[in-house]
Each structure stands twice: as structure tokens, then as C-alpha cells.
Design a protein around this ligand. Structure first.
Ligand code: DMJ
Length: 633
């Protein structure tokens, strides 16, 4: 594979970071003086002349070092969290005999002039009062959209898992635990919608305990990320909000925690009844039993996307069993063979081995990669470095094996290896993959802004590469929206690229620069109100502070408003985003309230709300506090 097709290979010398590979002054001088000519002259000159020459070199070095300390930046960047040693002193410009002999310290990469300008522009933009009020107004529009979605659900489907907004009724597609109520609750808390919090909270207090003990089969993963995750976030946020506003209506916070614990106690059967560390995928609540899916396999992403929730539950209850069982999965996966850190999308709870060779970051693979870094962030105090290692290796694998550029206009995308590394490459990218830009950015700076991370010398080459890839992929995800007639992304896109070209299957927006790059097949043209792109825009905005991410989010929101809003209440999915008017699909997924609208609201709002340094969002956008030694309620 040539470096052309691998824009993020560390072997690619064209890569952006090359600009940081400067030579030190000492290297420049010694290189100049050691040319063949000089060597000849020095051999010929007298000892006195030679010593004088040496003195001049030394003095020149000292003067230049003193006048322009930053020029002594060495090649490369600092290690993982950058050695701080020497940074301040050299920035002070002080000189000493010791320093003369010492190898100049490694300094962090600096923002390029372009980046500095764009950062300043964007910061300047944020500070302008008129723009500020515009973003507040946009945030209010998202809040209104949430109220509209909730009111449709409440009117026609209260207590069901999901709303069917066109037929105006409810449906239990997730086992009947009132998934929309729980998924939406913490969004309502974040938006400070007290009435919705009261309605959802009261429903949970009154109905959820009975549902948990009497309902039938549920999927372990879906129930954990939506219901357990939603309850735990609601618990944390309600504790915090009750402190500030003791008259807050709704149940006591302990109601949420008790329900989460009771449900998780039954879900644990999926782990304890499995013969290996890999849990069964399905649990029958009323029987307190678990079993494998009909084909005997679990999705890799499903088995590895339970740990944030179970760890936090152990933390709150003081009972280690939830964390113990769920972390066994990742500890076991650590030992399994992988392809450059990449894993097949199926795993067997019976053998504990991966099954098949299909590798992708879309469905069934996605959140395996997301939770490696998020669980590491959550557990940073416990020093589980193996998770960070697995994440880093996997991201290298992604860059080496899955990232390519489209033709003719060079959008960076993540493809698939349906038959493993020895089979062919497929230029197919699920919308689900659009979680990756956000995860990459989070993994690079650990939630602080890029400017701060650069200032504090915290970024490695790897982090910078990942951040650059994050920004490129976020653009691609955004273009997947803007290339269609509706301005909404399809479920799956293909990319014209080396070895693949397809005509006549475009998104319909003839004014898009990328109309010939993105191919949308007929079967993939639906939109389920998914959150991944706006999730990444939110994280990238917080980290880069570049307001283009907000603007992109706003245009996506406007398209949702225009084409998916149902007058009688709620929002609908679409059958085909490439035609106008698009045909509607009779389903409002729970994650529209739990994730999509939450991320949009946060994207347009104040960066201090749910800071990325204090919370990790589970894969269903439920913020979970990063654990400290203190029990943080
Ligand atoms: C959500 O349930 C979660 O984000 C999950 O990880 C992937 N799919 C949906 C949203 O698209």
C-alpha cells in the first residue's frame, strides 16, 4: 500500500507534523562547520586559529540562544505527557554554562501561524456579544425541539420504548422498560426543563421497578447503555441539582440509583452464566436468566461497551461485583490476537474467541474502540494502562489499514475489511463511524482544549496525528450531510477512491463540491436521527474552539427541523435523504432525545456545562463523572 493511500501513516513525510521537526541550532552550526571544505581548512590551520574559531562558534551559539530561545527547539516532540523539565527556563531565555553543554530540551509543538489565526478568530467570535446571543437563541431552538419531541412521545406513547410519530402510538422495541423516558431524562435535566424532569422522574418512580421485575427479554448492551446509563446520569445530575435547588420537583435521587442497581443485578446474569469472560447478549428479566443470541455470537462492540456504566455503579454502591464482571471482558480481550489492534466484529461467549474476520468501525465494531479510551479516562487513577495501549495500537491500525482518501476531491474516510486483512478493502463507511472524530480528539487531549494542551506540552506526535485525522473525518461526516438534497446523512456512504468507482448514485445536492466523491446506494438512503456526527462536532468544538463546528451543527439541526419534525408531535426517521420531499419512516428513536438533541444543545452552549475533563459520555450520551477517590455524588 503506498503512502498516498495512507494519509495518516507515520511513514508519510508529507504529514503536517513534519513542520515540527526542526534542527537545533547546535545541529545547524556543527553541520555547517563539518562540511568537507571546513574540515580541510581546519586540518591546515594553526592551533591558535583553530581555537579562535572554536571560541567564535561558542560565542555565536550563546548570543543566538539568548536572543531567540525558541529557535533552539529540537526535532521531534516530547513524550507521552511531555517532559516539563527545562521548558520554563528556556522560555525565560536564561543562559548558563551548564546549558551550553546540555542538549537543548525538547519543547512541545507550537501552533502554526494559520492555527493561531484560526484559534484567535474563533475565540474572538465567541467573545462577540451579538454572536453570543445568537448561539443562545440557537440553543433555545434545540430546547424547543426537545420539548416538541417529548410532547409527542408523552401524548401518544408514554411508557413505551419508542414513539411512532406518524401512526401516533407507542412501540416496545427494546424490551419495554420505557426506554425513551430514561434516555431523555438527563437531557431534560441538562436543559433545565423541570416539567419534563418531573414527568419522566415520576414515571420511573411509579412504573420502572415493576417493569424491571416482570418484563421479558432485553438486550444486555442496549439496556445497559440506555437504561442503566440514563439512570446513573440522572442520579448524579439530580444530586447536583438538588444541592443548588432543594425545591426541585421529581423523585429523590436515590430512586434512580436503586432502579439502576436492581436492573444491573439481573443483567449481571449475562456475565455469571457465561462459561467465559464474554457475556451472553440477551437477558430474560422475569426469569433472571441469560442466553446467547440465536447464532451463538455476541457483537464485539456490545460486549465491550458496558464498563463505564458498571464501573460507576460499583463506585456508587461500594459493591465491586459490577465492575469486576464487566472489566473481565476487556482484560480478556487484551489477550486475544488482533490485526494491528483491530478486532473482528463478532465474539463467541462459548469459546471466548473472536469469530470471523470482518473488521470495521461501523455497526458491531464501533464502541469497542470508543470504550477503550473512555474507560481508561474514567479509571485513570487506577492506572489501567493496557486500555490506553490497546487504544493507541488500534488507532495506528485504523490509520494504516482503514483510512483512505476519496476521489476526485480527497475526503478522508474510514473503510472496512469485510474479509480481514488478507481480503479486499471496502470503501464503505457507516454513519455510525462518525463517532470516531470525537473519540480521537478526546483521546488526544484528554478533554482539555488543544490550545491548552499545546501550551502545556502535552501532545505527542501520535496525539497530533489523531487530532488532525479527527478534524478531517469530522469534515467528511459533515459532507455526508451536505451532499444530500435534504442536508441529512444517509445510514451508509461509499467513497469513490482507488479501486472503486460508481456513477449515478449521488446524494442529490448538485451544488456540493463532493457530489462525485460520495456514493449513496439505494438501500442505504435512510436516516434514523442518529447522533454520531453532532457528537463529534460537539467534542471537536470544545477541544479546538473552532466555531465552524458549531455552524455545521446548526445546519444539520435546521435540516432535522425542516424534514423530520412531525406537526402533531415528535420527529420521524426518513426513508430516503436524497429526494425531496423525503418519505418519512414511522419511528422516533430514543437516542434522538438522549443523544442528538443533547449534543446539539451542548454544542451551542457554555463550555463549562458537563466539562470534558470531569465527565465521560457513555456511548448513549449519558455523562458519567470521571471517578476520583472521593465518592462523587
Ligand atoms: C446509540 O444507541 C449508541 O450511540 C450506540 O453506540 C450506537 N448506536 C446508537 C446511535 O446511533
Amino acid at each position: 500500500m503506498s503512502s498516498k493511500t495512507l494519509p495518516y501513516s507515520i511513514k508519510d513525510i508529507q504529514y503536517d507534523n513534519a513542520k515540527f521537526r526542526r534542527r537545533s541550532l547546535l545541529q545547524v552550526i556543527s553541520h555547517t562547520f563539518l562540511t568537507k571544505r571546513m574540515k580541510r581548512e581546519c586540518m591546515a590551520c594553526s592551533t591558535g586559529k583553530f581555537l579562535a574559531l572554536l571560541m567564535i562558534c561558542g560565542l555565536t551559539y550563546l548570543v543566538l540562544t539568548h536572543a531567540s530561545p525558541i529557535d533552539s527547539i529540537t526535532n521531534g516532540v516530547s513524550g507521552a505527557f511531555g517532559s516539563k523539565e527545562g521548558d520554563n527556563s528556556i522560555m525565560d531565555g536564561g543562559i548558563g554554562v551548564k546549558r551550553f553543554w546540555r542538549k537543548p530540551p525538547r519543547l512541545p509543538p507550537r501552533l502554526s501561524p494559520d492555527e493561531v489565526n484560526s484559534h484567535n478568530r474563533s475565540m474572538h467570535g465567541i467573545a462577540k456579544p451579538n454572536q453570543q446571543s445568537e448561539w443562545i437563541a440557537r440553543q433555545e431552538s434545540v430546547q424547543k425541539a426537545f420539548i416538541h419531541a417529548w410532547s409527542g412521545y408523552k401524548k401518544y406513547a408514554m411508557g413505551y420504548d419508542e414513539l411512532m410519530p406518524l401512526s401516533q402510538r407507542g412501540v416496545d422495541g427494546l424490551g419495554g422498560l420505557g426506554a425513551t423516558v430514561v434516555d431523555a431524562l438527563d437531557t431534560a435535566m441538562i436543559m433545565r426543563l423541570d416539567d419534563v424532569v418531573f414527568e419522566a422522574g415520576s414515571w420511573i418512580e411509579k412504573h420502572l421497578p415493576e417493569r424491571i421485575s416482570q418484563r421479558g427479554q432485553v438486550n444486555l448492551f442496549e439496556t445497559t447503555i440506555r437504561v442503566v446509563g440514563g439512570l446513573l446520569s440522572a442520579y448524579h445530575l439530580s444530586v447536583v441539582q438538588q444541592e443548588g435547588n432543594p425545591t426541585n420537583k421529581g423523585p429523590k435521587p436515590s430512586v434512580y440509583l436503586e432502579n439502576a442497581k436492581n436492573l444491573a443485578d439481573i443483567l449481571l446474569t449475562a456475565f455469571t452464566s457465561s462459561p467465559t469472560a464474554i457475556p451472553f447478549s440477551d437477558v430474560v428479566l422475569q426469569d433472571r436468566t441469560a442466553h446467547a443470541a440465536p447464532d451463538g455470537l455476541s457483537s464485539t462492540s456490545e460486549a465491550s461497551t458496558l464498563q463505564l456504566e458498571f464501573n460507576y455503579l460499583s463506585f456508587l454502591t461500594g459493591d465491586p461485583k459490577y465492575s469486576f464482571e464487566s472489566m473481565k471482558v476487556l482484560e480478556h480481550m487484551k489477550t486475544l490476537p488482533k490485526v494491528e489492534g483491530l478486532v473482528p466484529i463478532y465474539i463467541s461467549p462459548t469459546s471466548g474467541e473472536f469469530s470471523g474476520s470482518n473488521i470495521r468501525l461501523g455497526s458491531r465494531g464501533d464502541s469497542y474502540y470508543e470504550y477503550l479510551i473512555k474507560v481508561w479516562l474514567q479509571q485513570r487513577q487506577s492506572n489501567r494502562t493496557y486500555l490506553h495501549d490497546m487504544y493507541e495500537e488500534a488507532m495506528k491500525g485504523v490509520k494504516h489499514l482503514l483510512v483512505r482518501k476519496s476521489k476526485p476531491n480527497g475526503l478522508v474516510f474510514v473503510g472496512e475489511l469485510p474479509a480481514g486483512v488478507d481480503g479486499g478493502f471496502s470503501p464503505k463507511m457507516d454513519h455510525l463511524v462518525c463517532f470516531l472524530p470525537g473519540t480521537l480528539a478526546l483521546g488526544a487531549t484528554k478533554g482539555i482544549t488543544k490550545a491548552k494542551a499545546m501550551e502545556e506540552n502535552l501532545l505527542t506526535f501520535e496525539d497530533l496525528e489523531n487530532l488532525k485525522l479527527a478534524e478531517d473525518l469530522a469534515k467528511t461526516c459533515y459532507e455526508m450531510y451536505s451532499v444530500t438534497s435534504t442536508g441529512l446523512a444517509p445510514e451508509i456512504a461509499y467513497f469513490n477512491s482507488e479501486g472503486y468507482s460508481e456513477d449515478g448514485l449521488d446524494g442529490g445536492n448538485k451544488t456540493s463540491e463532493y457530489i462525485h466523491d460520495i456514493v449513496i446506494k439505494h438501500a442505504d438512503r435512510h436516516n434514523l436521527l442518529r447522533p454520531e456526527t453532532v457528537e463529534s462536532l460537539f467534542i471537536l468544538y470544545r477541544i479546538t474552539e473552532d466555531s465552524k463546528y458549531r455552524e455545521w451543527g446548526w445546519s444539520i439541526f435546521k435540516a432535522f427541523e425542516k424534514y423530520t419534525k412531525v406537526d402533531s408531535g415528535g420527529y420521524s426517521s426518513l426513508d430516503d435523504v436524497t429526494v425531496l420531499p423525503p418519505r418519512r419512516r414511522d419511528k422516533m428513536e430514543t437516542f434522538f432525545l438522549g443523544e442528538t438533541l443533547k449534543y446539539l444543545f451542548l454544542l451551542f452552549g457554555d463550555g463549562n456545562v458537563i466539562p470534558l475533563t470531569e465527565f465521560v459520555f457513555n456511548t448513549e450520551a449519558h455523562p458519567i463523572p470521571i471517578m476520583t477517590t472521593r465518592k462523587n455524588e
